[in-house]
Design a protein around this ligand. Structure first.
Ligand code: SAH
Length: 248
């Protein structure tokens, strides 16, 4: 994947990405000359040949994150935000994530945590994750071609995030890999998965079950005084179940 060198944004919020500063950038509002792109700095305003104005930015983590390759179903930002807030993930945290999928959750967590290790059974996904890690320039994330149901090598982890079809099969391994006071978070799209996971957590003496939540997000349209919910319905992404490891 080519890296993004500059982001151009119009007053109306339309974004354009310049990957090559040796070429003019063509947009629906005309083109921006390569000479202008090359000498542009963050905060500058440059004009296209049709006099349209663009604000210039260098890409930040979230700009790049929005452009990563995504083949598996990735966890939406609203759910990532909740996982971070609920478990208190911070720059000291060591996290194990499985399965990696496209690596969206792992990469986001790596951008704020000390270290992330992610397990993935499919080699084709591992290739995608590697590209995404490189594209984002992350150095504190390791990907392992391992099955989280079989074994977890890491110890004393602060948080384990599971986005696998049968998360209950990983609970015993998680108990060994987590430090006491650490969290297990399971993300599942369906109700039977939630039931089986939570029932298994309740039976396991290493864990105290905390809660299961569904985070719903509704965007609103604001046009002058016409303010109303965007018409698209509220979709379901998945349920988040949280438990805490209590014994050593
Ligand atoms: N959370 C990810 C998406 C995960 S999709 C993201 O935000 O991008 C689920 C992934 O789990 C798939 O890639 C699948 O191959 C992987 N997987 C399924 N079972 C697994 C297991 N037992 N161990 C490790 N990975 C597994």
């Amino acid at each position: 994947m080519d890296s993004i060198k500059r982001i151009l944004i119009t007053k109306q919020g339309r974004k354009f990405y310049a990957k090559d500063l040796e070429q003019d950038l063509h947009t629906q509002y005309g083109f921006v000359k390569k000479e202008d792109l090359k000498k542009s700095k963050e905060g500058d305003v440059i004009k296209s040949n049709t006099e349209k104005e663009f604000f210039i930015f260098e890409p930040s983590f979230i700009d790049l994150y929005r452009k990563i390759k995504r083949d598996a179903q990735i966890i939406p930002l609203k759910d990532i935000g909740y996982i971070i807030a609920e478990t208190g993930i911070n720059k000291e945290s060591r996290i194990l994530d499985a399965g990696a999928g496209s690596g969206a959750l792992s990469c986001f967590l790596a951008s704020i945590a000390k270290e992330v290790v992610t397990y993935e059974i499919r080699e084709d996904f591992i290739e995608i994750v590697k590209k995404n890690i490189e594209f984002l320039g992350l150095k504190n994330i390791k990907i392992k071609n391992k099955n989280v149901y079989n074994e977890i090598e890491e110890k004393e982890m602060d948080v384990m995030t599971l986005d696998v079809p049968e998360p209950w099969n990983a609970i015993d391994n998680c108990a060994k890999a987590l430090k006491s006071g650490g969290f297990i978070v399971s993300y599942s799209p369906s109700v039977p998965q939630v039931a089986d996971f939570v029932n298994a957590i309740r039976k396991n003496e290493s864990f105290v079950y905390i809660k299961t939540v569904e985070i719903s997000e509704r965007e609103w349209e604001v046009e002058e005084r016409k303010v109303r919910p965007k018409s698209r319905g509220l979709g379901l992404s998945g349920f988040l179940s949280f438990a805490m490891k209590v014994t050593n």
